[in-house]
Design a protein around this ligand. Structure first.
Ligand code: BTN
Length: 326
């Protein structure tokens, strides 16, 4: 009911009387008064005037079920929406539910993670109140070898929405880091569960640095946020909804073709590595190569000094710039 009252207030231009809300939503005046009080405690600025009613003046930038549902376009996801003030890791929450039979296209969003996970066993530092951490639980009916391509589909959506909010050119560092001014704004961790050679679930987890201004010493040289780079704060629930729109439209296409052919051109246009030298680490051995674009499997095409080309898969190598992160 709280989310309905909030949505109702957001739709109104000016004041709306308690009586009108009662009739529209079928709740008592006392219940409305209590919900309004809770909303105020959460940071909503709501004006209450005798005989005129209530007027929403300002919404806080919070990650709550009401805010997330308010911004999500109807029917964008066929699964369930889970919103946490704090959780160990949205990827872990999604995987626990996957094992318990949760439907695909379910969303797990958190304001804070206490055990956020990065790629290659790293930690993803996830403090509350500024950034956004979420995972999508999907159950795509595609061959297992296609699952890793979904990470690149997510990277395209993440790049598009980051660019929309930053208003500046954003790029992808292969396979799935989103880069603004050569600093990492978003990381993606995809995990898959399979049974008898078939995909049971894919969980795609994204961490976006949106409003954080201070980064730990060990990552400060390579990480930043949209706010830090542009000076503009980002409204988190709206950003999430915009990401999901960008992702779902590409996901539906991907499910039909089961490869990245419809996206290769877009991806290569946005690839920061193209033409640059990269240091590849394969089974502990370092190699310098020049990066080209990706192919329709999402592999990176690289060239050695003699001009010999080969392709590398993301699970197989890690790629770094020669003189820094990019
Ligand atoms: C990376 O190392 O670049 C990947 C970082 C992925 C972080 C996100 S935050 C939401 C989801 N939950 C996690 O524990 N990790 C991912």
């Amino acid at each position: 009911m709280k989310e309905k009252i909030l949505a109702f207030l957001k739709e109104q231009e000016g004041f709306v009387s308690g009586q009108v809300i009662c009739e529209a939503l079928g709740v008592s005046r006392t219940a409305i008064w209590k919900y309004i009080r809770t909303l105020k405690e959460e940071g909503y600025e709501i004006e209450s005037v005798t005989r005129r009613g209530y007027r929403l003046l300002k919404s806080p930038d919070i990650i709550s079920r009401e805010e997330v549902l308010f911004h999500l376009p109807e029917d964008i996801l066929s699964g369930e929406i889970h919103v946490y003030e704090s959780v160990d890791s949205t990827n872990e929450a999604a995987k626990r539910d996957a094992a318990a039979g949760m439907p695909g296209e379910s969303l797990y969003v958190a304001d804070q993670q206490t055990a956020g996970k990065g790629r290659r066993g790293r930690t993803w530092i996830s403090p509350k109140g500024e950034d956004i951490f979420f995972s999508l639980l999907l159950r795509p009916e595609i061959p297992t070898e296609c699952a890793s391509m979904l990470t690149l589909v997510a990277a395209l959506a993440a790049r598009a929405v980051t660019q929309q909010y930053a208003g500046e050119n954003c790029l992808i560092k292969w396979p799935n880091d989103i880069v603004l001014h050569e600093k990492k704004i978003c990381g993606i961790l995809t995990e898959m569960g399979a049974e008898m050679g078939e995909i049971s679930y894919v969980v795609i987890g994204l961490g976006f640095n949106l409003n954080r201004m201070n980064f730990e010493e060990e990552i400060a040289f390579m990480a930043s946020s949209i706010r830090k780079e542009t000076g503009r704060p980002v409204a988190r629930a709206a950003f999430l909804a915009d990401f999901l729109q960008e992702f779902m439209k590409r996901y539906r296409i991907f499910l039909k073709v089961e490869n990245l052919s419809p996206f290769v051109e877009e991806y290569n246009r946005c690839l920061v590595n193209t033409g640059r030298q990269v240091k590849m680490v394969r089974r502990g051995e370092e190699m310098i190569r020049t990066a080209g674009g990706i192919n329709e499997l999402g592999e990176l095409i690289v060239m050695d000094q003699e001009g010999r080309k080969e392709t590398v898969a993301s699970g197989e190598v890690s790629v770094r710039g020669l003189y820094g992160y990019v």
